[in-house]
Design a protein around this ligand. Sequence first.
Ligand code: NAD
Ligand code: AKB
Length: 338
Amino acid sequence: MMRKKAILITGASGEIGQALISSLSETSSLPILTLDLHPIPKDLLDVCTHISGDILDQKLLARLVTEFDFELIFHLAALLSTRSEFSPELAHQVNVDGTLALLQVAAEQSQRRGAPVTFIFPSSIAAYGMPDLGTKARDRSVKEWQWNNPTTMYGCNKLYCEHLGIYYSKYYQQLSASRPVMLDFRSLRFPGLISAYTVPSGGTTDYGPEMLHAAAQGKPYACFVREDSVLPFMAMPDAVTALLELASAPAESLHHSVYNVTSFSLSAADFRDQVARAFPDTRITFEPDLKRQGIVDSWPAELDDQAARRDWGWSPAYDLHRAFNEYLVPNIHKRYQR
Ligand code: NAD
Ligand code: AKB
């Protein structure tokens, strides 16, 4: 049977997945196959074929491999950081075993077709672990190789999967007589992402978008971190641009497998002020949850994304001002007015 060429997106029903499907379908000539435990919104069904299923289902993956020839895989399926702390073993299964299964699919398909499958993996600021607030303030902007000491199951999973991806793209079957064609692994370390159209769940950067979406609905919001907590953030359209640009960058321009990307950093108090400027009646209070606070304190205040800027021309379109004034506020306003 001839396998159908396709692009695979796992975790497609999530926040990034939904945004990615829309953009990818405008530019790609290949069919898009999506996989998630949950259905995707009906309006996206015109531009992709959706399979409801589990990435841990070996039989399902085996069937997909016999039917499709994937040129490109966006492996987004994961349990995010807060959720992973409540179910660490399940998180390990989904985040690590799931990624390993997908890497094996990509490795096998690269060999069969004699050309590398491009494997895009979204990693996270969770791969970092700052030892204390003094260090976080001193080493404000971290490079990819610094402070790789995650303190969460999710962060450990992300860091390890970056290494697994590098292994499969450079060293897989390194002792066999003939070296196989290997997959092409590329990863982005994202900051907290903020979408105007979807609300996050299960993450630890969620306080930012939650504040905004609550204010737009006229609901009070109790922020679960201290006012002085600083994290990097990025608007969802920039996350999608980063994924698409990294996927299409010429291999010879990439000097690394893992790249930081970011846009703006701000404290939770600054976030509140941005939200209050757009929604003056907003009622935001601060009621820190010490445990989630600990996770936020361990993540860097800024990401140094010079390598991405140098190698593949990364530059976010939405700085703080544009993100709030041109993307988030007008679109969130419209969303809840409807
Ligand atoms: P999300 O939680 O909105 O989406 C994840 C999706 O994965 C969900 O739709 C979920 O149903 C699916 N999923 C979970 N387990 C699955 C399984 N066993 N089989 C199939 N599907 C499964 O998260 P998101 O924000 O869209 O994130 C997508 C990816 O980007 C994740 O890998 C996440 O770690 C990474 N990331 C996100 C952010 C962010 O701020 N949103 C930041 C850094 C990295
Ligand atoms: C989370 O908070 O878990 C995610 C992330 C930064 O990876 N938003």
